[in-house]
Ligand binder design. Sequence first.
Ligand SMILES: [Zn+2]
Length: 278
Amino acid sequence: MGKKKWLLSLAVAILLAPTLPFAQAVLPDSVAVTQTVAAKSKATSKSTVVSAIKQTPDLNPTAKVRHFSQATYAKYGALFDKNYNVEKMSPYSVFGDAQEAYVYTSSPILKRYMYAAMQNWNKALGTKVFNLGTKSHKTITVKWKYNGASEEWDGMYQDNSLWINKDDFDNVNYVPNTYQAALNKEMPGAGNPNSSTYKQQYINYWIAIITHELGHSLGLDHSPYTTDIMFSDSETAGPDFKYTWKRAKVDGSYAEFKNSLSQRDINRAKLTKLLGYW
Ligand SMILES: [Zn+2]
């Protein structure tokens, strides 16, 4: 609560104070409490929600649409899904009542990348949504898949499993080739896998991929903007997508090569919490 609002509440409380005993005498406490709860959980009208959504930038649920009641998110979930490309992608058991996931891998190599990706979200959201799991206590498992270098995906999330394509991970040309295809220029350090420049690009890329997949676990689907960790260069719109895109919206650098979450990524994750997806 901002300072001005707090002062306003105080002023209202002082003004109302003398009338309270009278109000209580008329209304029994139980009735007053019931009415307060009903008012808080009431859904806002559809036109109010639609107009608030229209005031936000493309696919970016800013604070303008993150102040509604639980009942509003429950009633108009489909509207939020479609306008911000979000949907529930994890079973309830992944985040549970505590709204925290326990992420585990048996691979010591993957663990370093996985942990850095978890920290990306934890820091951005200001909460420990992703915790290190153990073999016996885990809700998301990160594992390798030998999927062939020709396959379309390098990372994937489904239900409570997150896969990294080991064939791509082991291919020294994979990150430079992906960089070249996206930016149409050579990746720094591309020809020298032993250089610190190459290593930094490689590490950033794979942490970004796991960060992207963890984003799916939170209920974030793809974005056309290159500055988003949830970027994908094309998408055929299903019912939960705002629109179809065939090419990237290049609005700055590529998050996947910088390993950085955008404000749009973060706002969308804040929205999916309100929608109950994590
Ligand atoms: Zn994806």
